[in-house]
Design a binder for this molecule. Structure first.
Ligand code: NI
Length: 279
């Protein structure tokens, strides 16, 4: 599988991988129409759990305790907390539109950014951080890490980390492998050496296949359970279009949004991630 650079510098990969975020180019329909407006939940506030929302302090997760696991796809919690995550940005139009939607609802999310896109759109990342969202490491070039040497994996993660630090002065605390493709052996050394837990997901609306905003919303709402980690991609206009109804529907059902770090910190047990493509 040879990655091809699109004209805007995004990596395009064959859709045959059968996992998330296969096509990462700006096609038609990604231009960003107006998001469907629903009633903003102005009364909602992100819960404060032992202090303000974690904003990527320059510390990593402890090597022991509830959050010491190697891989998380969901977290066992006693309350209906969930983590909304967005991969593959920042995108110059769709990410700001998503940030508006999140701000209207006082919802904090976690963004697994691609370092290359951070270097292209650093101001979008700065806004994301300044509005209280958490940043995760999604590599620099979005390669299939399970096919790379340890040194190449290390370089991908460190280059993304450095791009995030340059742009916004913070560091990712967790990582998500592109396509979910990271071998168990790799997850273990990444956890031990770089201190990143591997964050998978328990809700996948397959939004990268562009099924339409209504389908994305219904898939995400119906699959969500307490402790869920929800996967979506903020570079697709249709995904952003789906977010008002998705977030409002989940709020209506009593779910409370926290960042991945917050969710991990309140977890009582580790759930193994699903087997990913390429393993
Ligand atoms: Ni991705």
């Amino acid at each position: 599988m040879v990655p091809k650079l699109s004209r805007r510098g995004f990596i395009a990969l064959s859709a045959s991988l059968g996992s998330s975020c296969s096509m990462l180019s700006f096609g038609e329909g990604d231009g960003g129409g107006a998001a469907a407006r629903t009633t903003a939940n102005t009364g909602y506030r992100t819960p404060r759990l032992g202090g303000p929302v974690l904003r990527n302090p320059d510390m990593n997760f402890p090597a022991s305790g509830a959050s010491s696991g190697v891989t998380f796809s969901r977290v066992a919690v006693s309350q209906p907390y969930i983590a909304l995550t967005f991969d593959d940005g920042p995108h110059p139009r769709n990410t700001p539109r998503l940030l508006d939607i999140l701000r209207e609802r006082n919802v904090k999310a976690t963004f697994y950014v691609i370092g290359r896109n951070v270097d292209l759109y650093p101001s979008v990342l700065r806004r994301t951080v300044s509005e209280g969202h958490e940043i995760g490491n999604h590599t620099y070039n979005h390669p299939i890490l399970s096919k790379l040497s340890d040194s190449a994996v290390r370089e991908e993660l460190l280059k993304c980390r450095d791009a995030v630090a340059r742009a916004a002065g913070v560091q990712p605390r967790t990582m998500r492998p592109p396509y979910g493709a990271l071998l168990q052996r790799q997850r273990e050394w990444v956890r031990a050496e770089l201190r990143y837990p591997t964050i998978m997901w328990s809700v996948d609306p397959l939004d990268w296949k562009k099924p339409g905003a209504g389908v994305i919303t219904s898939r995400m709402i119906s699959a969500t359970t307490p402790g869920a980690i929800l996967l979506a991609h903020d570079l697709h206009a249709g995904t952003v279009d789906a977010m008002p109804a998705t977030i409002d529907g989940l709020l209506k059902r009593g779910y409370k949004f926290v960042t991945v770090s917050q969710l991990l910190a309140m977890g009582s047990q580790v759930e193994p991630g699903p087997l990913a493509a390429g393993q």
